[in-house]
Write a protein that binds this ligand. Sequence first.
Ligand code: PBG
Length: 323
Amino acid sequence: MHYPDYRPRRMRKNENLRRMIRETALTVDDMVAPFFVVPGKKVKKPIHSMPGHFQLSVDYLVSEIAATRDAGIPAVILFGIPETKDDRGTGAFAEKGIIQEAVRAVKKTVPDIVVITDVCLCGYTSHGHCGILDDNGVNNDTTIAVLAEAALSHARAGADMVAPSAMMDGQVLAIREELDEGGFETLPIMAYSAKYASAFYGPFRDAAESAPQWGDRKGYQMDPANGDEAIREMSLDVEEGADIIMVKPALPYLDIVRRACEEFDLPVAAYSVSGEYAMIQAAVQMGWLDGDTVMMEALTSIKRAGADIIITYFARAAAALIA
Ligand code: PBG
C-alpha cells in the first residue's frame, strides 16, 4: 500500500481522527512520584536544580502524598536524607531512621497509596558510595547483607514495596531471602536492574545529598555504552526473584526499555531521572520549550517504548493535565 492509494495524512485531518488511531495513552495509573524526606518539622527546602521539588519533613511529606493520592497517582517512592551519616550507612536500617519514620507516618495517614522505598546506602554513608568499603573499594558481599537488613526495616515500618538501587551483585536474592525469613514473602521487589552510571543523576545527588566524596560509581553501575549487558543484569534479577525490573535513566535508554519488554514477561519500570527533569525545566525557564507539551511528549515516548511503570518528577503535573 503506497501513495497515491494510501495517504497517511487522511487520518491526521482533525483531532477526533487522530484520537481514533492513537496507539499510546498515558494514564495516572502508569506513574510513580518520587519524594525526598528530611528530619525536622515544617521543612520545605527547594531543590534548586529540580524546580518544583523540595526536601520535605515528614509532616509536609504526608500532606504532599495525600495530594498525590487525590490526584489519582497509585504510588510514591521515598528517599531519606538522615540527620547523620557514617562509613557503614547505619542510618539506612535504623528502626527510628528517617525513612522508617516517614513510611510509618505515610501509611498511617494515607494508607491507600503504594509506598515504595529506595534501598541503597549512598544517602547514609559519609563517603557517599552505595555500599561498605574495604581496601579494594565497595565490598559486594558485606554490602548486600546490609541492604537486606535495610529492606527488612522498611518492610517492618510498613513499606509496600522495596526498590534496591545499589547495583550490587546478588542484592535481589539477599533481600528476597531476608524478607521471606522476616515473614514478608508477599512484599514485592522492584529491582533497579539496568541502572547506568549516568551523569543525569546530578540533580538527585543535590536533592539526596548523596554524591560520592571521591571517585565515581562506575565500579558498580553500568557502562552507558552497553545494551546486551543490561539484558544479562535483568535476567539475573528475574532469577533472583524481582517482581518488577527497571531501566534507569529512561529517555537516553529507551532502546533498553524496549528490549526489556521484548525479552521478559515481568512488568518493566522506567525511571525518568532528575537530570531528565532538570533539562526540560531549564529549557522551559529559558523560554526555549513549551513545558506541558514537552513533558507529555517525553512521558508518552517512555510508555510507547514499552514501560508499564514510569517513575517521574512530572507525575503530579502530568496527572493534572490527564485528569
Ligand atoms: C540511589 C539512587 C540514585 C537515584 C535513585 N536512587 C542516585 C545514584 O545512583 O547516584 C537517581 C535518581 C535520579 O537521578 O532521579 N543509589
